[in-house]
Design a protein around this ligand. Structure first.
Ligand SMILES: [Zn+2]
Length: 388
């Protein structure tokens, strides 16, 4: 027990040292066999999830992912059909290469809004670090953006066309303040809006800025270089999407705004308690049934994070290769199992309640506020309007 504790502490240290200074999500250690009546499937794992990333992100650091030993020896588990060991220790099979993105604006349904390109070029790792997704706890606050791991000096690209409305220190406090947690940052107000609201993107922790306030930028234009200014423990890009205003409190999950790579889709979920309220920080795990890897994501923590107006989600996970997956919701020590299909270029929607299990299906019908306003009102704010 003592050895395992020390080992876990060591892994947690490695984990914290590898990215930005995000508080590590805490997992429960104790699992048990469910005796609850469960409508879908509930299975339990006696094995704590591995605290090491399931997906390998840095080809330079680890070009050949190797299987890691389980934290508990397999012989610990008696044969029992109710018990399930999630294969977090399986060899990673995730390619570090990403195909080109779907062209923006990518709107496979009237309510999707993949309007943005990636703020890091395709020649680099340009997808979110798994441990620092939107809604994960960072200090006492949930993370309001995604972190993309990139070496210092990597070019940061505008995720869409617009006007630079902030460049330099102080975007959090909205004054020139070099103790700002975002460090040197750029904010862009984009040419397009959504549902009558302006769309902004924010790029934090930069080393250098090449643009100035008031400057027009085009999609893909270099804004500056990746750095480690502000509250960080290492270089990376903090990327944020804000809707309606350029403030910390109106962020949305960028994974619902940046176009997926071709052949990949996005999981969007609503993980609830039995009373229908959103359940925070619930681990959800995916296992490809076609050998395309294992993935983990947590539902959003409570605090200054916001759900999409339509999806009303508290979980999103992008860059999933299309195909069939088993999905496991790790709710209060019980694993609930379902099966989903990730469609290329599309959102797959799941809901979960302990009493209902995992359900996949159609998005709820839109609320009245999603009926687009009269298109003759203010065209620049109506849906997606790109400048030529
Ligand atoms: Zn961040």
């Amino acid at each position: 027990m003592g050895k395992r504790f020390v080992f876990t502490c060591f892994l947690t240290f490695l984990w914290l040292a590898s990215g930005c200074t995000l508080r590590a999500p805490s997992y429960r250690d104790n699992r048990y066999i469910s005796t609850l009546p469960i409508s879908i499937t509930a299975v339990a794992s006696l094995q704590p999830p591995s605290p090491t990333p399931v997906v390998n992100y840095d080809p330079a650091e680890d070009p050949t992912p190797t299987p890691q030993p389980p934290l508990l020896p397999p012989s610990t588990f008696a044969p029992d059909p109710l018990r399930f060991t999630f294969p977090t220790v399986a060899p990673d099979s995730i390619s570090l290469w990403r195909p080109p993105l779907y062209p923006v604006p990518w709107e496979p349904s009237p309510y999707d809004h993949f309007y943005l390109t990636r703020p890091i070029g395709a020649q680099e790792v340009n997808w979110p670090l798994a441990r620092y997704r939107y809604g994960y706890l960072l200090y006492a606050e949930p993370h309001t953006g995604i972190d993309i791991p990139a070496p210092k000096g990597t070019e940061i690209l505008a995720a869409g066309p617009g006007v630079v409305i902030w460049a330099g220190y102080g975007i959090y406090f909205m004054r020139d303040e070099n103790r700002d947690p975002y460090g040197i940052a750029v904010a862009i107000k984009h040419d397009f809006g959504f549902e009558g609201k302006s769309v902004y993107t924010v790029y934090g922790h930069m080393d250098q800025v090449f643009v100035y306030r008031g400057q027009r930028v085009e999609s893909g234009q270099v804004l500056g270089l990746v750095g480690e200014t502000g509250k960080v423990s290492g270089p990376h890009l903090h990327f944020e999407v804000r809707i309606g205003d350029n403030t910390f409190f109106v962020s949305r999950n960028p994974e619902l705004w940046i176009s997926p790579p071709q052949g990949m889709g996005v999981l969007v979920g609503r993980i609830m308690r039995n009373d229908g309220e959103k359940a925070p920080r619930v681990p959800v795990k995916l296992r490809s049934l076609e050998g395309k890897g294992n993935y983990e994501v947590l539902s959003y923590a409570q605090g200054a994070v916001n759900s999409d107006d339509y999806y009303n989600e508290n979980l999103a996970l992008g860059d999933l290769p299309a195909g069939r997956y088993e999905v496991f919701v790790d709710y209060e020590g019980v694993l609930y199992k379902g099966e989903i299909v990730i469609q290329a270029g599309q959102v797959t929607y799941i809901t979960f309640r302990p009493k209902d299990g995992v359900a996949s299906g159609v998005l709820p019908p839109p609320k009245s506020k999603f009926i687009p306003p009269d298109a003759t009102a203010t065209p620049i704010e109506m849906g997606m309007v790109h400048s030529p």
